[in-house]
Design a binder for this molecule. Structure first.
Ligand code: 9L3
Ligand code: MG
Length: 144
């Protein structure tokens, strides 16, 4: 465990690690990614993304993470209102993102991707921590 994680895991105010995730939309569907690691999260679905690195803005981190994990170039849009707790000391924040180029592929940390229309959102087993974020992201999808 890194110092940063240990520090953040202490109760009370202190630095929190921000995890950014992308709500990628295409043709009225939202991209869901199935995690392949770590073991305790493998098989569960999430909005793709990851931890901010030092000196990065959330938008920069999002663009980097989506490039690394999915092999696509994206443009961040609006922040989806809300902030959701992950493990102690970590919070999840979500931005919408627009595909600029490439077709998402599960290059890193995922083994499957699916584009889901609104009526299909319950068809995958989302990480508990992503469910409220997905509910917010779903509001931007057309009725289906
Ligand atoms: N996490 C949860 N939901 C998400 C993302 C992108 C990440 N949508 C959790 C899983 C890990 C931590 O945040 O515990 C760091 O994520 P990553 O860097 O392993 O993707
Ligand atoms: Mg990740």
């Amino acid at each position: 465990m890194t110092d940063r994680t240990t520090r953040s895991a202490r109760p009370g105010p202190g630095p929190v690690v921000v995890v950014v995730a992308g709500a990628l939309y295409d043709q009225g569907r939202l991209l869901a990614a199935r995690r392949s690691a770590p073991a305790e999260l493998a098989g569960r679905w999430e909005l793709p993304g990851g931890k901010l690195e030092p000196g990065e803005s959330p938008e920069e981190a999002l663009v980097r993470e989506l490039r690394e994990e999915l092999g696509v170039e994206t443009e961040p849009g609006e922040r989806i209102p809300g902030e959701w707790p992950l493990k102690p000391g970590y919070v999840l924040r979500v931005w919408t993102a627009r595909l600029l180029s490439g077709e998402p592929r599960p290059l890193e940390d995922h083994d499957q991707l699916r584009w889901l229309a609104r009526h299909e959102l319950d068809s995958v087993d989302w990480l508990d921590q992503d469910r409220p974020a997905v509910a917010e992201a779903a509001r931007l999808l057309p009725a289906s």
